[in-house]
Every structure is written in structure tokens, then in C-alpha cells.
Design a protein around this ligand. Structure first.
Ligand code: NAP
Ligand code: ZN
Ligand code: ZN
Length: 351
């Protein structure tokens, strides 16, 4: 049994997003059905739908920063009840038994997590459809509670941009006394700035966009460096403890590795289409670490939401109707996002 939902999808790498009717499963005993209120627009949506990464299945319905109202729950559900606000992020399931899942690292499930879109759909066959849609059905184990009082539209981006920056900052124990670099002021980067500041670090933002300098400071950076200014970059040589690289396109990693002190770490969360070259000298001298991180587990995502609620942190957003999604994607490519588009899903009723 299925129900029908309205969605926006891409039919091929070159096509624009357009309306499509999709099927959602009837809620099972542990499922929660959400009427989607808001969905953030992540650069991963664009990489996937435009076939910039391998393995996109079409029709592709992106969206994994989902906040919604509970409309139905299965008989065994205890986490949320009808009428509550719930959320779901980048994953809707995993095996739940492998060593990664047992450690709360469902994103690294050894049999492969079920991602919110473009993963095999265990229930209906085919592949999963994301949050650019009117509703979604998710097992309660992969839904999140939204703390009371949060601005729901501005909370949606926390489900990916928030957790993707929170998790590595926590893992590498970023805090007081450390000098931390955030590279790229987009959706992820602006959350990285806010969170690194909240964790007590000295925050240096690196941007290619001189027009974002004032915003970088307003969002919490102590210093902003325009990365095309070689002299400004050189002032930070061998001085940073940790760098979170949130850039979506090809760029020179060596320029950032050279800013790390002995044993410092550069963690990549951005996923450019092309491979990035690392010169051996960038890491051997002086013993630097080059790493990466992928979203965060479900328990850590809930922890991040509570942290953000406590510290008054949400995303800076531009709310758009879904009919403007293609223009929003074009602006995202031009680095013109301030600092996350969020789709007001009520607009889907007009299609
Ligand atoms: P976004 O909002 O488009 O921000 C990307 C930022 O990168 C831009 O605002 C820009 O910042 C910088 N940038 C873009 N093109 C550049 C270029 N050619 N050279 C140098 N800098 C450039 O994207 P996002 O949603 O934050 O996502 C960022 C990346 O993270 C994407 O690749 C996305 O797929 C990936 N991602 C990874 C994970 C994970 O789990 N690891 C999760 C979510 C997203 P400035 O204008 O400040 O330079
Ligand atoms: Zn994302
Ligand atoms: Zn697993």
C-alpha cells in the first residue's frame, strides 16, 4: 500500500527540476509520517541531481534537511505523536547491528546506510526520494525531535549543514585555546563558523568572496581572510590547529595544508566533483594530518539540535517557494547563497 506525494525531481543530469507525483509507503508499526514544512537546499542535492558524482538514479528527488509535522504514526512509535514537529536528515535507515551502527555511526554502516535520497528503497523497491516533496515516511529510529521554540525554517539546514560541521569539530575536540580555520562561506561553512565560535575556538574564515567579509565577522569569525590575497594567507602559515574545508568545487588544498601547525589536521567535508591534489611536502613537513568526515550519526544529530537550541544557533536562510528552486541552484553555483536556501513546502500545493 502506498500514498501519493507531490515532489520536484530531476529526470536527467541536464534537466531542470520539475513537478512529479511519487509514492510513499503506508506507515508501518515503527514508522512516522511527516508532512514536510521546510526543506533546506544542500549543494549535495545539486551534485547528485546533475550527475556530478557517480551513481545517480533518476528520477532524482533531492532534499535531506527536512522539518515537518507528524501526520500519522505506527502502533509501536514512542518518539513522536501526531501533531508534533519532527525532522529527518541525510539517512532514513541502516542495518543497526554492524560495529559502525552499534557505535552510533550509522553513516558508516558496513552494509551501507539508506540515505534519504538516491539509495535502494528497502520498502518499495527502486530508490529513495528526498525532501523536495510534500511528505515522507521514516522509521522513528531515524527521525529527530526538534527542541521547543526553534525557528523551524532556519532549523532545517541543521539536519545536514549543522551536523556535518558539528561532528568533525567535536571529533577533533575543537575548543578554547585553539585556532580553527573554516574554508568557504556557504551553507556548511556558515554553520562551521557559528559552531566553532560556540565551542570557544579562535575562528578564522577563509573565503574567495570579498563581499562576504563583513558577514563572516557578523556570523562569528574573529578574522576573515580573502584567500586570493597571498600576503594575508602567509600571515597564518603553520599556525592553525584545525581546518574544516567546506568548499564544493576544485581548489588548492596545499594552500590550506600549509597553514597547519605541527600535527594539525585538515578535515575535508566538501566533496568537489574532481579529485584534489595533495603534495607530499604539504603533509610530511611538519607532520600534518589530512582527513575527512561525513555527516554524523543519529544520536549525535539529536545532540547537535539540543546544543543549537541551548546556544540560540540556527541557519541564516533565504526562504523560497519551490517554484524558484532552479534559480536557487544557479545562484548556489555562483557562490551567491546567504547562507542557505530553504524551501517553504507549502508552495508545493500551488503546483
Ligand atoms: P555551498 O552553500 O554552495 O557553499 C560552498 C562554498 O564553497 C561557496 O559558498 C564558496 O565559499 C566556496 N566555493 C565554491 N566554489 C568555489 C571555488 N571554485 N573555489 C573556491 N571556493 C569555492 O555548498 P554547501 O551546501 O555548503 O556544501 C559544500 C560541500 O560540502 C559540497 O561539496 C557538498 O556536497 C558537501 N557536503 C558534504 C557533506 C559531508 O557529509 N561530508 C555533507 C553536506 C555537504 P566562498 O564564497 O566563501 O569562497
Ligand atoms: Zn547535505
Ligand atoms: Zn550497520
Amino acid at each position: 500500500m502506498t500514498t501519493s506525494a507531490k515532489a520536484y525531481s530531476s529526470a536527467s543530469p541536464a534537466s531542470k527540476l520539475a513537478p512529479l507525483q511519487i509514492a510513499r509507503r503506508e506507515p508501518g508499526p515503527t514508522d512516522i509520517e511527516l508532512e514536510i514544512l521546510f526543506c533546506g537546499v544542500c549543494h549535495s542535492d545539486l551534485h547528485t541531481a546533475r550527475g556530478e558524482w557517480p551513481g545517480t538514479n533518476y528520477a532524482c528527488v533531492p532534499g535531506h534537511e527536512i522539518v515537518g509535522r507528524v501526520t500519522r504514526v505506527g502502533a509501536k512509535v514512542t518518539k513522536l505523536k501526531v501533531g508534533d514537529i519532527g525532522a529527518t536528515g541525510c539517512m532514513v535507515d541502516s542495518c543497526r547491528t554492524c560495529p559502525s551502527c552499534q557505535k552510533g555511526l550509522e553513516q558508516f554502516c558496513l552494509t551501507g546506510a539508506t540515505f534519504t535520497y538516491n539509495s535502494p528503497d528497502k520498502h518499495l523497491g527502486g530508490h529513495t526520494f528526498g525532501g523536495y516533496s510534500s511528505g515522507i515516511v521514516v522509521d522513528e529510529a531515524f527521525t529527530l525531535r526538534v527542541p521547543e521554540g526553534m525557528d523551524l525554517a532556519a532549523t532545517a539546514p541543521l539536519l545536514c549543514a549543522g551536523i556535518t560541521t558539528y561532528s568533525p569539530l567535536r571529533h577533533w575536540k575543537v575548543g578554547p585555546g585553539q585556532k580553527v580555520g573554516i574554508v568557504g562561506l556557504g551553507g556548511l561553512g556558515h554553520m562551521g563558523v557559528k559552531l566553532a565560535r560556540a565551542f570557544g575556538a579562535h575562528v578564522v574564515l577563509f573565503t574567495t568572496s570579498p563581499s562576504k567579509v563583513a558577514d563572516g565577522l557578523r556570523l562569528g569569525a574573529h578574522e576573515v581572510v580573502v584567500s586570493t590575497d597571498a600576503a594575508a594567507m602567509a600571515k597564518h602559515a603553520s599556525s592553525l590547529d584545525f581546518i574544516l574545508d567546506c568548499v564544493s568545487a576544485k581548489h588548492d588544498l596545499n594552500a590550506y595544508l600549509s597553514l597547519l601547525r605541527v600535527d594539525g589536521t585538515l578535515c575535508l567535508v566538501g566533496v568537489p566533483e574532481q579529485p584534489l591534489a595533495v603534495h607530499a611536502f604539504s603533509v610530511i613537513m611538519p607532520r600534518r594530518n589530512f582527513s575527512g568526515s561525513c555527516i554524523g550519526g543519529i544520536a549525535e544529530t539529536q545532540e547537535m539540535l539540543e546544543f543549537c537550541a541551548k546556544h540560540g544557533i540556527v541557519s541564516d536562510i533565504e526562504l523560497i517557494p519551490i517554484q524558484q528552486i532552479n534559480e536557487a541552484w544557479d545562484r548556489m553555483i555562483k557562490q551567491d547563497v546567504r547562507y542557505r536556501f530553504v524551501i517553504d513546502m507549502a508552495s508545493l500545493k500551488q503546483t
